[in-house]
Write a protein that binds this ligand. Structure first.
Ligand code: 4NP
Length: 149
């Protein structure tokens, strides 16, 4: 397979983990010509910017998430992207449930790109309140993802 150029990050609400993954990867992969986006499997926050505490934690590290707006994942995303990166196993299940017949786009866990961490998911800081811990893991995974391309 040719190297993926269009990458979609998916979490539950699209206001914490996947916008962080999108923003961090965009900053780290600047100039590589990647098309990056993010979406949530749930629709509660559609149209909203990333969650305030997540934006602030990201901004402290130099990532501006303020222009991002939440949207819901749709089956058509399988046709628009050549790699889908999910934050946890629930996201993976919900995304796979919507896979169009005959579509073979890879769906990978974000943590697969940082096996050395031993993490099996990016814990949801909306619930854990550990925004910096989530960002630490997202940064490590984003480095691994970019290195894998
Ligand atoms: P995220 O976190 O999936 O990392 O964006 C969440 C934010 C909000 C909700 C769930 C997860 N929510 O149910 O409102």
């Amino acid at each position: 397979m040719t190297s993926p150029r269009r990458i979609l990050f998916v979490c539950l609400g699209n206001i914490c983990r996947s916008p962080a993954a999108e923003g961090v990867t965009r900053a780290m992969a600047e100039g590589r010509g990647l098309t990056l986006d993010s979406a949530g499997t749930g629709g509660w926050h559609v149209g909203e910017p990333p969650y305030g505490p997540m934006q602030q934690a990201a901004a402290r590290r130099g990532y501006d998430l303020s222009v991002l707006r939440a949207r819901q994942f749709v089956p058509g995303d399988f046709l628009q992207f050549d790699l889908i990166v999910v934050m946890d196993a629930d996201n993976r299940r919900e995304v796979e449930r919507q896979r169009p017949e005959g579509n073979h786009v890879p769906v990978r866990l974000m943590t697969e790109f940082a096996p050395e961490t031993g993490a099996r998911a990016v814990p949801d800081p909306y619930y854990t309140r550990d925004f910096d811990g989530a960002l630490d893991l997202v940064e490590t995974c984003a480095r691994g993802l970019i290195a894998s391309l």
